[in-house]
Design a protein around this ligand. Sequence first.
Ligand SMILES: [Zn+2]
Length: 572
Amino acid sequence: MSERFVKERFSWRSLGWLLLYFWFFSCALQLVIVLTGHSGTTGLRDSLLYSLLWLIPAFVFPARTKIISSVLGILLWATSLIALGYYSIYKQEFSQSVMFVMFESNSKEAGEYVSQYFSLKVLAILIFYTVIVGFLWRKVRPVYLPFKYKVTVCTLIAVVLFGAPLYKKMHNEGETLEEASGYLASRMSTTAPWQYIAGYVEYRQQLASMTEMLKQNAALPPLANLKDANGDTPRTLVLVIGESTTSSRMSLYGYGRETTPRLDALRKSDPNLVVFNDVVTSRPYTIEILQQALTFADELQPDLYLTKPSLMNMMKQAGYKTFWITNQQTMTKRNTLLTVFSQQTDEQFYMNNQRTQSARQYDDVVFAPFEKVLADPAEKKFIVVHLLGTHMKYKFRYPEETTKFVGREGIPDGVSDSDVEVYNDYDNAELYNDYVVETLIRTFEKTQPNGFLLYFSDHGEDVYETPPHNVLGRDESAPTRTMYTVPFILWNSPQWQKDHPIDYAPYVNRKYSNAHLLHTWSTLAGLSYDLQEPEKSLVSPAFRESKRLIGDPYGKKALRTFDSLPMTADSR
Ligand SMILES: [Zn+2]
């Protein structure tokens, strides 16, 4: 009796080892992610929390601790091993986007990629990981809790993990059970084995809404009387879409710091590079602006993207083979429309399957697929490259060794000392974006193409720029000019320029909104059709300057003009 009593006494040491054992499966990877600066700490927090769930069976049946820890251990080891291996190879966390790419794209190619990158180093990491699991498993001992503590602790874990977040979302924020469950799933998606279940559920949901939107798009009537002035001439046209890159922080547009040395040099040496000086966006958010820029929709007719063909549809109808290369997140609820746009093309390359938008991810991943697509034998090609650009977190957009801007030099006095780092990070991200855009142009040039490349940013970003230098990010309800001013650059190949000897000088200072991009693109590509409005084309002789509307077109009296925005943020 007394021996049994001693044996079943609660031990902090046993609890410690048991906790460490269950934590290890999910938190090891999250710890690496935080320590290597790949992403923030919320993933670590969530994996610490949601691993506590496994304590419940071990507390309830302490006599079975070894069996429970073995069975759960095998499940958690196997699932976390896949996530760890995936991260070791791709430097991306396993997410629902990975599911999408696995199920929806060419899996043979993915397999080739894995065999190419599966190295001894990756194998060593996985073996080392497994050895630690084995060591921790041997340390696992039963944790005996008196009945009332057992009930209290288990209830507490259930409340903290599930009750509290659901209550907060549904009661405090008025969300439905489905929305709140989605939130819970996303928080659990760092923890083995939930990332697969949550990922699969999210993937199915996004796929359903995407399929519905694609079905609607496929049912739209084609553009009437579409004509191609360039006939069957072989050609390649490239559209590069930037991200959060404001033109007022580019030396190409007069910024004091040299953030775009490569494009500056290209402009000096190459007369075929045309820089448009006064282009703004209509909305400072990716999805909201691209559903205008890439379609017939604009601030006054915001729903036309649902009822008229898109730019991708138009190019396909004109006989182009169409490609979409993206470094934006693929399969998130927010990005469904983007994925729909990408699926309107013939071939897609999804390069970013990160779990969070703010994870470390560089745009140089688009180079390889870009070269591959340029070599495609199709006679008429249309290539969209969607960059991650200078999206926050700015520090995660460029490799550390490319850092150029440190300290206060070149920063306005009004920027407080605590904001200097972020201010510099943004300029360094602009510098890396300069490298990416210029490399795309050079890579294109090397193929001696007949065609052009157009680069624009979806919107800008205010990084402590507008006086009094205290605004960070974008906010449509508190707009500043910087959130709207975007680069808009055209590079014509020598062959294309020769066949289309257009003088762009009279056009470069026109006031323009990229909401009307599709019309400019039509003129550049030599396409005409019934819906065409040349007065909305930046490069048409028929262009008419119009009010550059900004704001939420669905909001009540939310529209105003960009040109009415004040120069400072005080009087917003
Ligand atoms: Zn954006």
